[in-house]
Design a protein around this ligand. Structure first.
Ligand code: NIG
Ligand code: FE
Length: 409
C-alpha cells in the first residue's frame, strides 16, 4: 500500500518516549533536519533526513517545505454529542449569573438533556460531524466524546451509538465515554440515580460494549465523593476505564479519589487540594487541564504549573460542551496554557499529544511520531513550535494526516 518519506521538515517534534510527567514534559524530542518514513499508515522509521533519504531512495516523498511537523493532537475530554444549544444561558452568564446558579434553577445540563432526548440519533450525528470537521482543521486526530445528556438508558445509548458511528464516518478517531452521572435527572434524587446507574445502566453499557471509559461529575451539589466512589468502583468491576470530573467548582477531593481508584485521568482540577496534587504526581493518573472552560466561565485556572513541578503527567483538552465551554479552539487552548497557566511551549505540546493519548489509554498507538506508531501528524504553516503561541489564537495548521492518509488540507 502507501509508502512515503516525510521530509524537508523545518522542525520535527516527535514527543517520543511515552507518557511524560514533570520535567520530562519539556522534552518533546525535537529533531533538527528530521524525517520519517510511513508504510501502510504506520511510522516505520524516524531519524535524520540525510540518512533516511539514503535508506529510502526511490520511494515517494512528501515535502513539508521547511515547516513545523508535530503528532496529531489528542483532545482527550469533550462532550461533543448533544442536542440544541445554550446561547441564552451564555448571555445570562455575561449578565452576571453563575454556572451553578443557572444549573440549580433548572437550566444548565438538564436543559441540554431535554434537547438531546428529543433529537434523533441522526440529528446528533449531523451536529457533531460539523464540530469534528473543524476539530480536524485544528490538527486534532483523536478525540474523546462523553455521553451524559441522556441521564436515562435509552438516551445515553442513543448518544453512545452516535459516538460510535461518528468514529466510522469521519477521520477523527473517537474514544467513547459513558457519563451517565453527569447530573441528577429532573425529579430524581442523587443516591437513587447512582443506584440505577450501578445496578442497571452501567452493566447494560458494558454488555453492549458502548463505551471504553466511565466518567462522573464529582462536585458539590451534584455527586458526592462517596456516590462517585460507588459508581466508579462498579464501572471498574465491569471492565470500564475511569475518568473523573474532579474539583471543578469546589475542593471536594475528586482528584485524590481518582488517584486512589487508578483512574486513567482526573479532569478540571481548578480547586484541587494541595495534598491531591501530590497524590496525582505519585500515581499513574493523568491530570487533565481544561483551560478553555475556566476561560469561558471566567474562573481561575487550574494550578498546572504546580502539578507539573510536583511531577504529574498533565494533559490539556478542550472540554467542548454546550454549557460551560462552547469552544474547541486548539490555538486558543495553546495560548491559555502558555500565557496564563505558565506552561512552556514544549509542555503544552506534550499535554496535547502524548499525554492526551495517555489520558485516553492510547499512548501505545497515537500521540507521538515514533517507529511503530500510527501515522497521525500535522504539517503547519510556520517553521517552529515557538510560533504556536506567538501567533496567538491563530490556526496555523496546513495539512493533517490520519493513519497515513491526508485527511485535511
Ligand atoms: O465539564 N462539569 C460538568 N460537565 C461539563 C459541563 C457540561 C454542561 O454544562 O453541559 C464540564 O464543564
Ligand atoms: Fe467536561
Amino acid at each position: 500500500m502507501k509508502r512515503y518519506l516525510v521530509t524537508e521538515i523545518g522542525e520535527l517534534v516527535t514527543c517520543a518516549g511515552g507518557k511524560k510527567r514533570g520535567k520530562a514534559m519539556r522534552d518533546v524530542g525535537a529533531i533538527e533536519d528530521g524525517a520519517f518514513f510511513v508504510a501502510d499508515g504506520v511510522i516505520e522509521r524516524v531519524g535524520k533526513a540525510e540518512e533516511l533519504e539514503r535508506t529510502y531512495r526511490g520511494e515517494e516523498r512528501i515535502s513539508c517545505g521547511g515547516k513545523l511537523v508535530t503528532p496529531g493532537f489528542v483532545d482527550s475530554h469533550t462532550h461533543a454529542v448533544f442536542g440544541g444549544n445554550r446561547a441564552d444561558e451564555f448571555a445570562m452568564r455575561l449578565r452576571g449569573e453563575s454556572y451553578m446558579t443557572i444549573m440549580r434553577s433548572g437550566g444548565g445540563i438538564v436543559s441540554t438533556v431535554r434537547a438531546t432526548r428529543s433529537a434523533t440519533e441522526e440529528q446528533l450525528i449531523a451536529a457533531a460531524e460539523k464540530h469534528l470537521a473543524r476539530m480536524l482543521s485544528y490538527g486534532v486526530t483523536t478525540a474523546e466524546i462523553k455521553s451524559g445528556y441522556g441521564l436515562d438508558f435509552k438516551t445515553e445509548r442513543k448518544q453512545l451509538r452516535a459516538v460510535g458511528k461518528l468514529g466510522e464516518r469521519q477521520p477523527v478517531e473517537i474514544v467513547a465515554t459513558y457519563m451517565g452521572a453527569h447530573a441528577v435527572p429532573e425529579g430524581g434524587e442523587a443516591d437513587r440515580y447512582i443506584a440505577e446507574c450501578t445496578e442497571n445502566i452501567l452493566p447494560a453499557i458494558a454488555a453492549e460494549n458502548l463505551a471504553e471509559f466511565a466518567d462522573i461529575f464529582c462536585e458539590k451539589g451534584v455527586f458526592s465523593l462517596e456516590q462517585s466512589e460507588r459508581y466508579l468502583r462498579r464501572a471498574k468491576e465491569l471492565g470500564l476505564k475511569l475518568k473523573v470530573h474532579a474539583d471543578e467548582m469546589a475542593p471536594l477531593g475528586g482528584a485524590g479519589l481518582a488517584a486512589r481508584l487508578g483512574a486513567v485521568s482526573a479532569d478540571h482540577l481548578l480547586k484541587i487540594r494541595k495534598e491531591d496534587i501530590g497524590a496525582l504526581a505519585d500515581s499513574e493518573t493523568v491530570a487533565t487541564i481544561l483551560p478553555l472552560t475556566a476561560f469561558c466561565l471566567g474562573e481561575e485556572y487550574a494550578p498546572a504549573r504546580e502539578l507539573i513541578d510536583a511531577g504529574a503527567a498533565v494533559a490539556a483538552a478542550s472540554d467542548f460542551n454546550p454549557g460551560s465551554c462552547s469552544t474547541y479552539s486548539i490555538p486558543l487552548l495553546i495560548a491559555l496554557c502558555c500565557i496564563y497557566m505558565k506552561l512552556s511551549v514544549e509542555e503544552t505540546i506534550s499535554a496535547l499529544t502524548i499525554n492526551g493519548a495517555a489520558a485516553c489509554g492510547r499512548e501505545n498507538r497515537v500521540g507521538s511520531i515514533e517507529a511503530g506508531k500510527q501515522a497521525d501528524f500535522v504539517i503547519f504553516s510556520c517553521e517552529r513550535k515557538e510560533f504556536l503561541p506567538y501567533m496567538t489564537g491563530m490556526n496555523q495548521v496546513k495539512t493533517v494526516f490520519k493513519k497515513g492518509e491526508r485527511v485535511y488540507g
